[in-house]
Design a protein around this ligand. Structure first.
Ligand SMILES: *Cc1c(COP(=O)(O)O)cnc(C)c1O
Length: 431
């Protein structure tokens, strides 16, 4: 099947990281998923720590989401006209994310981030944007500059085909480098900054949290320069807390980009923010942005059903499961003789085991982690029925379907897999 896929589709996949090239093996074709487990086309099962790269916070084939989808499908799949469910989803978003007063539903995180940038440029009458190295905001031209994740994995610094004019309006700054950020705002006075876009909890260079005070400094710099602060909460939204990173970390954005969890495994995303900005979006204002399938009835049904699962108890459970997984990874690395070779970083719902002596503070440090060892570790886990993200620049995604038994089984596989990973590059052992 993979050979056939490769003849028909570039790399045999619909999105690059799925090809598993960076860990040096062929991809696995999935037949089905249930709870926190996947079954491949050969009948092998895996404990899934990818969960579709974030959307499936309720696990695979959750019965409540399935029932909501079937009910919605029986009423019709798309109308190209307003529905009650999309208003309910908009209300649920505005209720949870404090800084969001109005929201526009779209189909992907890429589309949401691109549209938020357009709105910020229109609202400020400025062109230049600032983004952080290693932050991924989807593959829109202006944002495909020093992006992490799939690009880091593929070793593509910035894709060919991104026009020079696009790249020129994007200033890239190292994450957690306040002096560089300040300088970027002050540089090029002929082109003041329209927007600063950041993942408040960066998870596309592996999980690299903000240093204390850094997010507050972003807010302060944007206020001082009258630039718009955009938080890309496509991963952190509805995952790290009910109100996302803004609630967990206490810093408000002007515009927020949402995706992944909000669609419950179907294509849905959104951008939203303060009323005075969102009122500039067509048809109320002149900033054009549209979508044939935006607010799709199936996607809104899955999104609403997913948000309904996420009460306070669910967030406590996600946080507890995350800590159990992080502790299990640390213990497994130590048991394999690599206490000093692995740094496990976690925030509620997200974990990255870096093959590095200390947690990275920016993309350059994340790149210095031992990615060859991570690849060997991943291959060994897959052989032992555990499905990790096939890249050291990603987070492991915790769902409500993961339980202590699955973590114990993951830990047992990790003890062997870490030893295999360490053996892959023994030279590092001495350092
Ligand atoms: C996944 C992701 C996106 C892009 O979302 P798509 O739905 O894949 O287009 C944007 N920003 C962040 C932070 C992401 O993790």
């Amino acid at each position: 099947m993979y050979r056939r896929a490769c003849e028909l589709m570039p790399g045999g996949v619909s999105s690059p990281v799925r090809a598993m090239r960076s860990i040096g093996r062929d991809p696995i074709f999935i037949a089905s998923g249930s709870g926190a487990e996947l079954t491949d086309c050969d009948g092998n099962t895996y404990i899934d720590w990818v969960c579709s790269w974030g959307p499936l916070i309720g696990g695979h084939a959750h019965p409540k989401i399935g029932a909501a989808l079937i009910a919605a499908a029986e009423r019709g799949t798309s109308f190209g006209a307003p529905t009650v469910a999309e208003v309910e989803l908009a209300a649920a978003i505005c209720d949870r994310v404090d800084s969001v007063e109005m929201v526009r539903l779209v189909n992907s995180g890429t589309e949401a981030a691109m549209s938020a940038i357009r709105l910020a440029r229109a609202a400020t009458g400025r062109d230049r944007i600032i983004k952080f190295a290693g932050a991924y905001h989807g593959h829109a031209d202006d944002l495909l500059v020093a992006a992490g994740s799939g690009l880091a994995t593929q070793g593509i610094p910035a894709s060919p085909g991104v026009g020079a004019a696009h790249a020129a309006t994007t200033t890239v700054v190292a994450w957690n480098d306040l002096a560089a950020l300040s300088a970027a705002f002050d540089a090029d006075r002929s082109s003041p900054v329209a927007a600063l876009i950041a993942e408040p909890i960066p998870a596309n260079m592996g999980l690299v949290p903000a240093a204390p005070g850094f997010l507050e400094a972003l807010r302060e710099l944007c206020d001082r320069h009258r630039a718009i602060l955009i938080f890309d909460e496509v991963i952190s939204g509805f995952r790290v807390a009910r109100g996302g990173a803004q609630e967990l970390l206490g810093v408000r954005a002007d515009l927020t980009v949402l995706g992944k969890v909000i669609g419950g495994g179907l294509p849905a995303a959104a951008y939203g923010g303060v009323r005075e900005l969102m009122e500039q979006v067509a048809p109320l204002g002149s900033v054009y942005q549209a979508g044939t399938l935006s607010g799709n009835p199936l996607a809104t049904a899955a999104g609403l059903a997913t948000l309904e699962l996420l009460d306070d108890r669910a967030y406590r459970q996600i946080a507890e499961t995350t800590e159990l997984l992080a502790a299990a990874l640390r213990e497994a690395a130590a048991a394999a003789g690599g206490r000093d070779r692995v740094s496990v970083v976690s925030l509620p719902g997200l974990v990255t085991p870096f093959f590095a002596a200390a947690p990275p503070h920016d993309f350059e440090a994340a790149k210095r982690a031992d990615h060859a060892a991570y690849g060997a570790f991943c291959r060994a886990l897959l052989e032992r029925g555990v499905y990790p993200p096939a890249s050291g620049y990603e987070a492991w995604f915790v769902s409500l379907a993961h339980n202590p038994d699955l973590i114990e089984r993951t830990a047992a596989a990790c003890r062997e897999a870490f030893a295999i990973g360490f053996a892959e590059s023994p030279a590092r052992a001495a350092t």
